[in-house]
Design a protein around this ligand. Structure first.
Ligand code: HEC
Length: 140
């Protein structure tokens, strides 16, 4: 059926394929991927106080006043010196607070007036929340 030449050719191909498989040799161990540098991890959002001032002056100013010292019957002072709440929270915690706000019936509410979620502006981004917190931190 096969002539000698064809037989040798097939044999050669088979041997070649076997050699290619590495016989019974264990699979070469994969070189471990180099550890990712920390910077490649999800970066923490860093607030920009200057951008935060713009956010404050367009949203928060309505209730907290242009100097963030509060408005009678509306929002409270956000200055670190005046607000134990602002003093005691981390930046992330303040961002979380602004996201949800504080209803008038919240036990932590001291004025009987509600702080709307996101300052009442649903379009505010997480970056802007971090920015406005950075701005609040710089209030003196
Ligand atoms: C519609 C009015 C209103 C707007 C707009 C508003 N707030 Fe408030 N905010 C309040 C009120 C009222 C309180 C106080 C609630 C209470 O009595 O505990 C408050 C409380 C806070 C507190 C907690 C202060 C404390 O000492 O407990 C922070 C922080 C705060 N607001 C940040 C912001 C930021 C930042 C913005 C803008 C993105 C904003 N608020 C916009 C009404 C407002």
């Amino acid at each position: 059926m096969f002539n000698r030449k064809t037989f040798l050719a097939i044999l050669f191909v088979l041997l070649f394929a076997l050699a290619g498989c590495g016989g019974n040799d264990p699979e070469p161990t994969a070189t471990p991927a180099p550890a990712k540098p920390a910077a490649a991890a999800a970066p923490a959002v860093v607030g920009d106080a200057a951008a935060g001032e713009t956010v404050f002056m367009s949203i928060c100013i309505a209730c907290h006043g242009p100097d963030a010292k509060g408005v009678t019957g509306l929002g409270k002072s956000l200055h670190t010196a005046d607000s134990e709440f602002v003093r005691g929270k981390s930046d992330d915690e303040l961002v979380q607070f602004i996201l949800v706000g504080r209803t008038p019936d919240d036990p932590l509410n001291t004025t009987g007036v509600g702080m709307p979620a996101k300052g009442g502006n649903p379009a505010i981004t997480e970056q802007q929340l971090h920015d406005v917190v950075a701005y609040i931190r710089g209030l003196k």
